[in-house]
Ligand binder design. Structure first.
Ligand code: HEC
Ligand code: HEC
Ligand code: HEC
Ligand code: HEC
Ligand code: HEC
Length: 169
């Protein structure tokens, strides 16, 4: 067996071992609460870009989440009249960082890059995620299913890489 085939066979065996773990990992994050009830709809209606809060999304693998300092750029002073709004300043006064709950998470053996899709392939967020400008309450379920067949179907139709080791580490 060649070195390359040996490497792929070993890789498949390792992945098969972890496939069982993946099922447990998919348990819905449904009842876990976000630290603040922030409305995507209201912020996007004020012309905020996704990258203002998800700062890695154009240049890095991870989109990332905003820090309280990012929020305080505007919320140092009161914004709008929603009852939850003063909570931003209250948290900042207690110097408490925001522990956002992450919903979408591929298995650890898969590599995904936002920069490759958003910047190099010029894809819109809505090609994979729900339309956030209509989302008023924090979603509780992931919106990217992350099945290999979905990734591969698009990669095949757009002539992107089908190499196992492009997506698997
Ligand atoms: C004002 C900051 C802000 C802006 C602007 C913003 N987001 Fe978010 N986003 C967040 C925060 C905070 C969370 C986590 C809490 C929540 O869902 O409310 C989040 C969560 C998400 C998630 C769920 C991620 C996961 O897997 O847990 C997606 C998808 C998302 N945002 C996409 C977008 C898109 C697309 C845009 C632009 C159309 C956008 N966001 C604009 C702050 C923002
Ligand atoms: C560019 C300025 C700006 C930034 C940055 C910003 N906000 Fe806001 N935020 C606003 C404005 C303007 C409103 C009022 C919107 C309205 O009432 O229609 C608002 C409203 C809110 C409210 C009241 C409920 C709601 O969502 O409308 C909360 C809570 C809130 N923001 C949390 C956050 C958090 C958390 C962050 C950081 C992740 C953040 N904001 C970042 C401008 C901003
Ligand atoms: C090709 C599909 C695709 C596109 C396009 C895409 N995403 Fe994602 N997104 C994913 C996948 C898959 C994950 C889970 C990644 C992981 O676990 O490594 C994810 C995770 C996230 C997360 C949570 C984890 C992280 O990376 O911080 C946020 C926030 C997010 N996406 C925001 C966005 C925004 C904003 C855009 C548009 C600017 C966008 N995504 C475009 C597929 C996509
Ligand atoms: C709707 C289409 C689409 C979907 C869905 C999609 N991709 Fe892609 N992906 C692309 C395109 C197009 C490129 C090529 C970007 C470039 O290089 O111009 C790409 C590039 C990549 C790259 C960089 C490859 C390299 O050559 O370095 C990785 C890694 C990747 N995708 C992983 C994934 C994974 C994992 C998933 C599923 C969770 C996924 N993609 C889903 C269209 C898609
Ligand atoms: C475009 C990205 C991509 C390519 C190319 C790719 N995979 Fe995957 N693969 C994934 C994703 C995404 C998953 C599901 C991860 C999860 O469950 O979170 C996966 C899962 C798997 C699994 C675990 C079982 C399962 O279906 O969940 C095996 C085994 C696997 N891949 C083998 C391969 C082999 C062998 C190749 C090359 C012939 C390959 N993959 C090419 C993205 C890819």
């Amino acid at each position: 067996m060649s070195y390359a085939r040996g490497r792929i066979a070993l890789f498949v065996a390792v992945v098969a071992l972890f496939a069982g773990v993946a099922v447990a990992r998919r348990a819905p994050a449904g009842d876990r609460q976000q630290p603040l009830p922030m409305s995507h709809k209201r912020h996007i209606a004020k012309d905020m870009k996704c990258r203002a809060c998800h700062q890695g999304v154009e240049g890095e693998a991870m989109a990332g989440f905003p820090t309280l300092a990012d929020c305080m750029d505007c919320h140092k002073t009161a914004q709008g009249r929603e009852p939850a709004e003063p909570e931003v300043r209250a948290l900042a006064a207690r110097s408490q960082e925001l522990a956002w709950v992450r919903l979408n998470r591929l298995a650890g053996h898969v590599y995904f890059s936002h920069a490759a899709h958003v910047t190099m392939a010029s894809m819109k967020c809505e090609e994979c995620h729900r339309d956030m400008k209509a989302v008023d309450q924090a979603p509780s379920q992931p919106d990217v299913h992350g099945e290999m067949s979905e990734c591969v179907a698009c990669h095949r139709s757009k002539h992107a890489s089908l190499d196992c080791l492009a997506c698997h580490k």
